[in-house]
Write a protein that binds this ligand. Structure first.
Ligand SMILES: Cc1cc2nc3c(=O)[nH]c(=O)nc-3n(C[C@H](O)[C@H](O)[C@H](O)COP(=O)(O)OP(=O)(O)OC[C@H]3O[C@@H](n4cnc5c(N)ncnc54)[C@H](O)[C@@H]3O)c2cc1C
Length: 388
């Protein structure tokens, strides 16, 4: 339902109107009181506060009298080209667009996330998504420090990683708002002529979707990343993609079988995915030996040692999955999503981002040092380097 066109856009609330949830969902589409590009008049937004609990009502942001039900009806009639009955007004107020953010997301023991850290136009529908990702980014770090004994500086990476993202969300939402408001000039031309053409081009449309849905967010420059070149796959700092895998060995006695990375990853833990080639697989029944699938003892021993060392460094914090390529339905192929290097590893943070990747044969030492420095108990403090 959201609609905003000017800095003094009206907000109204009527019983039976869109709920906050539906308001969010409909912001990307035409909605009952939605913004009509180019319309210079102020636009209306709705919310349905808890009428049984007046103290839960939002505060108006200025002293102007709240719009009456009749005023809301006039606004709706002028903008909505479908029959719409507004009745039983419970609350109304004015909504002003703001575009601002804090300079620091952390001050000592205080952390800011969500709208307390940044407010911007709802255009692009990213406010809630941004806040949720912040909470996810921060939550596991606090848990790691409080119960895992990780160094305090892990908490500083919350600001380092998220502040640039928030700046970009503000920039994007302001740009979309200005474009939607434009009634002349290059922005109007862009909106009316160029954007429809761009939106019809599949790759550009997909890229825009990834951007707006915030699935394209990455922390590649974060100090929490340990990147090694592999043959394909997500780089450290990127979101771990889904893939269909054959589980050779998993935590908690998980039996071999086929599964998806998204299902295997538990956000309460790090996930270490060790990708092995089929010939190192040890799960073929011994009474039916298939030479091509027999484990190569030396390489398998390397992998066992690798897994044991990581497990010992992050006890109880990491779930380790030894996986290999699977065929079937249910997700992209492992080689397509994670590349072809075998054996290799991907360490996925609780919030679903790859924080380290490399080769089992050569990068164990680097991985252990990295985990010691950031995630393990008793690491030595060292100031983080700001992202540029
Ligand atoms: C019209 C509109 C449309 C939107 N559409 C979308 C969309 O489509 N997609 C999207 O992702 N985002 C959307 N957003 C943004 C989204 O609603 C917000 O970003 C999100 O709700 C912020 O969540 P929050 O938890 O940070 O803050 P809030 O939801 O504001 O929660 C803060 C809570 O703290 C309470 N509180 C405040 N002060 C105190 C106090 N002193 N003590 C105790 N409690 C207190 C408040 O009552 C409130 O319940 C939209 C916003 C608007 C206004």
């Amino acid at each position: 339902m959201a609609a905003h066109a000017s800095s003094d856009a009206h907000a109204s609330a009527a019983h039976g109107a869109a709920s906050p949830a539906s308001a969010h969902g409909s912001a990307q589409t035409e909605s009952p009181l939605s913004l009509r590009p180019g319309d210079p008049r102020p636009h209306s937004v709705q919310a349905a506060p808890d009428s049984a609990n007046p103290s839960a009502r939002p505060h108006t942001q200025n002293a102007a009298p709240a719009p009456s039900l009749d005023a809301c009806r006039i606004l709706a009639a002028a903008r909505v080209h479908h029959p719409l009955a507004l009745t039983d007004l419970k609350w109304s107020g004015y909504f002003h667009l703001n575009s601002r953010m804090v300079e620091q997301l952390r001050v000592n023991r205080v952390f800011l996330a969500g709208d307390s850290a940044h407010v911007h136009s709802p255009a692009g529908a990213q406010g809630m998504n941004t806040g949720i990702q912040e909470a996810f980014n921060l939550g596991w770090k606090i848990a790691r420090v409080l119960s895992g004994g990780a160094p305090q500086r892990l908490l500083d990476t919350y600001h380092l990683e998220r502040h640039p993202i928030e700046r970009e969300v503000l920039r994007q939402s302001s740009f979309i708002t200005h474009m939607a408001e434009a009634d002349h000039g290059p922005l109007k031309l862009l909106r009316d002529r160029v954007m429809p053409v761009l939106a019809s081009l599949g790759p550009l449309r997909d890229a825009a979707r990834l951007q707006i849905s915030e699935l394209a967010i990455q922390y590649r420059r974060s100090p929490l990343t340990l990147e090694r070149v592999l043959d394909g796959g997500p780089r450290a700092g990127e979101r771990a993609p889904d893939a269909l895998v054959h589980v050779v060995d998993g935590p908690l006695g998980r039996a071999p079988g086929t599964g998806c990375v998204f299902d295997l990853h538990d956000p309460a833990f790090f996930s270490l995915f060790v990708l092995v080639a089929p010939e190192t697989v040890d799960d073929v029944p011994h009474d039916k030996p298939e030479p091509a699938l027999r484990r190569k003892p030396s390489r398998a021993a390397d992998i066992d040692r690798f897994i044991a060392d990581v497990d010992a460094l992050l006890p109880g914090a990491v779930r380790i999955w030894r996986v290999t390529d699977a065929v079937g339905e249910g997700g992209p192929l492992l080689a397509d999503a994670y590349g072809r290097t075998r054996p290799c590893f991907y360490l996925v943070r609780p919030d679903g981002y790859v924080c380290a990747r490399g080769r089992v044969s050569s990068d164990l030492h680097g991985l252990l040092r990295h985990c010691e420095a950031w995630f393990a108990k008793g690491a030595e403090p060292e100031p983080p380097t700001p992202l540029t």
